[in-house]
Ligand binder design. Structure first.
Ligand SMILES: [Zn+2]
Ligand SMILES: [Zn+2]
Length: 351
């Protein structure tokens, strides 16, 4: 079968490799029909993921058709169409019982090498899926509508639904601000609308992404690159009160500072931007205004509610797809995605 294989920093190749086989009773083998490229894939290609080794298949965003199931898989049979989560979880350990699936003691992320469980990636014709009953979700809508339900959408959605189990999410009537209009931030904009907010304000710095945010439901967009004082602009857009709920999807100290500054008394700042290093945080402001900052990984256990929302027509993030390419052109697709050529946001690879 074909697979995208990491060879070392800056070097990936489309290679012919052996097909995966069932290993555990809870495994399924999925024939991938559509895959997509994520920012964390390019992070790996640049050699920035510790412990990554040559010869590993990368990729973690996929949809496809079940081709084989182990004896303990109860929800799926060959021929079922599915979307897969980016990572796997056992469903039984202490972390899983607390709905902290991202911290599962037997967890692993597809295509992230030995650091994250050494599970072969899904940019391949076939992928082995451990704990298939948890990790796969049955779908009826077309691949390009459901593929994001396993990674960027659960992250963007969890950011507005509440990142910590039991925590406050966006409430009806809230003024919501989303900082950062990458794929995750755009998914937060679309997801926020499900909670009937008073207003969604999107802050980004690329014209095509601001336009897309509007298409996905943003009521106000602020071009950070063309705005001298973002805090002032946000104050004006929130009637001087501030925002009730803020999503930080950039992962930079300056952006988190702006988010905390934009927070109304009692507001929540929900951080899904990926921080690489420790940062300073505005503790006095948080304390004086009872601002809660929550951070974390998206809840992959929300795939069913997300697929339901997509299939009932309430949620649509397919507009983030800017390119559709053949899997045979995957190396070129990586270049387009990585360098953001041709306004690339998300690239779908058809197998
Ligand atoms: Zn991803
Ligand atoms: Zn677990």
């Amino acid at each position: 079968m074909r697979a995208v294989v990491y060879q070392g920093p800056g070097d990936i190749r489309l290679e012919d490799v052996p097909e995966p086989v069932l290993v555990d009773a809870e495994d399924a083998i999925v024939k991938v029909t559509v895959a997509s490229i994520c920012g964390s894939d390019t992070h790996i290609v640049h050699g920035l993921l510790p412990k990554m080794e040559p010869g590993r298949i990368i990729g973690h965003e996929f949809a496809g058709v079940v081709s084989e199931v182990g004896s303990a898989v109860t929800k799926f049979k060959p021929g079922d169409r599915v979307v897969g989560a980016a990572a796997v979880w056992c469903g039984r350990c202490k972390a899983c019982q607390r709905r902290m699936f991202s911290a599962c003691e037997r967890g692993a992320t597809f295509g992230h090498g030995p650091l994250l469980g050494d599970l072969a990636g899904s940019q391949a014709d076939y992928v082995r899926v451990p704990f298939a009953d948890n990790v796969l979700q049955a779908v009826t809508a077309p691949d390009d509508q459901v593929i994001f339900a396993g990674d960027i959408l659960p992250t963007g959605y969890s950011a507005v639904a509440g990142l910590v189990p039991g925590s406050r999410g966006v409430k009806a009537g809230d003024i919501v601000v989303v900082f950062g209009l990458g794929p995750v931030g755009l998914c937060s904009v679309a997801s926020a609308k499900l909670f009937n907010p008073a207003k969604v304000i999107a802050v980004g710095n690329r014209a095509e992404r601001l336009a897309l945010a509007q298409r996905l439901g943003a009521d106000v967009v602020i071009d950070a690159a063309a705005t001298e004082d973002i805090r002032k602009a946000l104050k004006a857009a929130t009637d001087g009160w501030g925002a009730d709920y803020i999503v930080e999807a950039v992962g930079k100290e300056e952006s988190l500072e702006n988010a905390i500054r934009a927070a109304a008394p009692g507001a929540v700042v929900s951080v899904v931007g990926a921080f690489q290093n420790p940062i300073k945080i505005n503790a006095p402001r948080m304390q004086m205004r009872n601002v809660t900052v929550t951070m974390g990984m998206g809840d992959l256990g929300r795939m069913k509610e997300l697929v339901d929302a997509i299939e009932s027509g309430k949620l649509a993030v397919t507009p983030v797809v800017t390119h559709r390419m053949s899997f045979d052109d995957v190396i070129r697709a990586y270049e387009i995605f990585d360098k953001r050529l041709e306004g690339a946001i998300k690239i779908l690879l058809t197998m």
